[in-house]
Design a binder for this molecule. Structure first.
Ligand code: 5GP
Length: 190
């Protein structure tokens, strides 16, 4: 595979990484396209197939694993698989664009390891675990059980932050957005 750069944003869910990624996608100077992942989980709210995710069955997901179609994949939560298809990155590179990923910590580090020079791996840090809980509850898209599952995972994920190239503290969204833009612009123009 050759082509543009890879920009990875990883963080515990509720940290605001999706907001940051969506903001960066609107910045024309960065020439980014979103890597649409496959997932075996159900669509939430107004999520769309092919836009937020490729929503596929667990069976199809496992077939892709067998076929070695994924650049990386993870069982992020029990029976909820997520993965990046190699073909997705190739599709974006063939359009002459840089790829931006909104993926979990393990997947993000795996991409960095596969493409060390082409990848900027950014970790988005939430103010605290308590704040994370408040944000996830505000979203009102999931049960308490699933929220607790995400919180438990968040503590483990926070410990991996030092392995990333850069850490953005998302305490003030406006500042985090500006910082994210500047980091990505610097890396792309390098
Ligand atoms: P959610 O269910 O909230 O959309 O995503 C759960 C977690 O899975 C998030 O941290 C999200 O970034 C991560 N994720 C989404 N797509 C991928 C992927 O392709 N690979 C990996 N490893 N994680 C992903």
């Amino acid at each position: 595979m050759k082509g543009g750069k890879l920009i990875v944003f990883s963080a515990p869910s509720g940290s605001g990484k999706t907001t940051i990624v969506q903001h960066l996608l609107k910045q024309k100077d960065l020439n980014l396209a979103f890597s649409v992942s496959c997932t075996s989980r159900e669509a939430r709210g107004d999520e769309k197939h092919g836009e937020n995710y490729y929503f596929i069955s667990l069976r199809d997901f496992k077939q892709h694993i067998k076929n070695d179609d994924f650049l990386e994949w993870e069982e992020v939560y029990r029976d909820n698989f997520y993965g990046t298809l190699k073909s997705e990155v190739e599709r974006i590179w063939s359009q002459g664009k840089n790829v931006i990923f909104d993926i979990d910590v393990a997947g993000g580090l795996r991409i960095k390891k596969k493409f060390p020079d082409k990848t900027l791996a950014v970790f988005v840090k939430p103010p605290s675990i308590d704040e994370l809980k408040i944000r996830l509850k505000k979203r009102k898209t999931e049960s308490d059980e699933r929220i607790n599952m995400r919180i438990a995972k968040a503590s483990v994920e926070l410990a991996t932050a030092p392995q990333f190239d850069k850490i953005i503290k998302n305490y003030d969204l406006e500042i985090a957005l500006q910082e994210a833009h500047d980091l990505v612009a610097d890396f792309i123009n390098k």
